[in-house]
Design a protein around this ligand. Structure first.
Ligand code: HEC
Length: 482
């Protein structure tokens, strides 16, 4: 797919598309930027205005004029300049579920028309060829505050508004789980939203909308006051969002990718956000103004995880073919390659003293890396060995799916053996918990086996949490360490 979000390519691209479908007479050399009057109005007129026009306004939405579209419907604005992924109008025409898609009871809009609407929103909602692009919402609402807020009451959600949840046909897997470093609080990814959970009771404290799609990564800032959520929709859009944990307010939106973000982290000084995914590069954005500061190029496959060291000096990134790179977090210079994994790296986690990085992967390996030397201090082959089912020969998948350090250097992992394990600093196994029980092993919706997807250790080291591929959460008391 051609890069659509870059304003420079859009006009030619749109002209070619339009020519192809004969919808609007534009010549290939038409220099007009994608705009409402010349390109978008005709699409809406043909597919939408019978229900959202001058005569009828379903959901209070009139799209018969530029001004009316900008006004939005009874549910609020439907377009956000520069951000198709966050725009209701774009979302409803690209919804996979036919019940949520517009136009209702009809075929989806042709791809070319969807691309024009996307380009129109992303390039700034021009009314006509002569209008200037509306600026994308600036992200200067965010003021990095690392170092502050480390004392005083730990940040907890206060009186968030109730949000309407998007129903999904089947339970949504726990794609991301994060525990607050300072409060009895965990954040759990759900479809188009993030739930805040009490780690001990499992009760939901509040939920925040993530209209961009699936959150693949959740990370708390060191003070616990900020939550980073990153994700999006496959081959459509990807972003990282910063939220204020107390108020639930969205503080900044970073990146405007054409694929879901799969790896991300907030630097400990809160100045930068790193995002990565299928693009194989790591982009570093300034949290103050959303500007792209640096693009790190080295990985040759999808990047699956990224983590800043707690001291802010290094950034570790891992990819789908087992490579891990350490970067200087400030200059972006390559520091070290860490080569040990023979399969996709699934997770990276730093011990709180920044001396040890843990990695795990589909090769069944868990490695505790000594960062000063760049080699494994301890490693555990076949850390999660699944039982061989009767009559099954050859290699059985023994991947380790997640790894997360707790406050005292204990490491939690989960794997394809349906087990969640807790390891001591020296790699000795301390505890194992099975998520296998007769009712939950088979996901009745797809007939596949349910696997643990994410693990986390609560702030005081007293509770081990896990989420599974059927959206269920687990917590086990493991004895307080603080
Ligand atoms: C046959 C009638 C019909 C057509 C055609 C139609 N819509 Fe709708 N639209 C509706 C109805 C009914 C609702 C309210 C649905 C609801 O509230 O569940 C709606 C709601 C919406 C909303 C608001 C959703 C929200 O929750 O905020 C948007 C945006 C929208 N439509 C966009 C479009 C677009 C874009 C098109 C053309 C591609 C379109 N619609 C075509 C009937 C239609």
């Amino acid at each position: 797919m051609l890069q659509m979000s870059s304003g420079r390519f859009v006009p030619q691209m749109a002209a070619l598309i339009l020519l192809g479908m004969g919808l609007v007479p534009v010549r290939a050399e038409d220099p007009k930027p994608v705009n409402h009057d010349d390109h978008v109005a005709a699409i809406l007129k043909r597919h939408c205005l019978q229900c959202h026009g001058a005569g009828k306004q379903e959901a209070g939405l009139d799209m018969s004029s530029y001004v009316a579209i900008k006004k939005g419907g009874s549910g609020g604005p439907v377009v956000v300049a520069g951000r198709a992924g966050a725009s209701r109008l774009f979302k409803v025409i690209t919804a996979e579920n036919p019940e949520e898609r517009m136009p209702p009871d009809n075929d989806p809009l042709p791809k070319e028309q969807v691309a024009i609407i996307r380009a129109w929103i992303d390039s700034g909602l021009r009314q006509n060829a002569g209008s200037s692009a509306a600026p994308a919402p600036t992200t200067t609402g965010f003021v990095p505050s690392a170092g502050q807020g480390m004392t005083g009451p730990p940040p907890m959600p206060l009186g968030w508004p109730v949000i309407e949840r998007t129903k999904t046909a089947r339970p949504f897997p726990v794609l991301a789980l994060a525990t607050s470093p300072r409060a009895p609080l965990a954040a759990v990814a759900s479809y188009e939203c993030i739930d805040f959970i009490d780690p001990v009771t499992g009760k939901t404290i509040g939920s925040l909308p993530f209209p961009e799609g699936e959150p693949h990564v959740l990370r708390f800032s060191r003070s616990g006051a900020i939550l980073l959520a990153a994700g999006g929709r496959p081959v459509q859009n990807g972003v990282a969002v910063l939220y204020d944990v107390k108020s639930g307010k969205r503080l900044a939106t970073l990146g405007n990718e054409t694929d879901a973000v799969m790896a991300a982290d907030l630097s400990p000084d809160e100045q930068r956000v790193a995002i990565a995914g299928s693009g194989r590069t790591i982009k570093l954005f300034s949290t103050r103004d959303g500007k792209l500061l640096n693009t790190l190029v080295k990985h040759t496959d999808w990047i699956t995880s990224a983590a800043f060291s707690p001291d802010g000096k290094l950034l570790a990134t891992g990819d789908r073919i087992g490579n891990i790179h350490l970067w200087d977090a400030n200059s972006g210079a390559v520091v070290l390659p860490l080569s040990e994994h023979k399969g996709a790296v699934r997770a990276l986690s730093w011990r709180s003293d920044s001396k040890v990085l843990a990695s795990c992967g589909e090769d069944g390996l868990v490695v505790w890396w000594d960062i000063s030397k760049g080699w494994p201090e301890t490693s555990k082959a076949d850390a999660h060995p699944p039982k061989r089912p009767a009559g099954v020969y050859g290699k059985i998948a023994n991947g380790v799916l997640d790894a997360a350090f707790g406050p005292q250097g204990e490491l939690a992992t989960c794997g394809r053996d349906h087990t969640v394990r807790l390891w001591a600093n020296d790699g000795k196994e301390l505890k194992a918990f099975s998520i296998q029980n007769p009712d939950s092993t088979i996901d009745s919706h797809v007939g596949t086996r349910i696997l643990p997807t994410r693990v986390g250790i609560a702030w005081d080291g007293g509770t081990l949490m896990a989420g599974d591929s059927a959206g269920k959460l687990y917590s086990w008391p493991i004895g307080k360490t603080k």
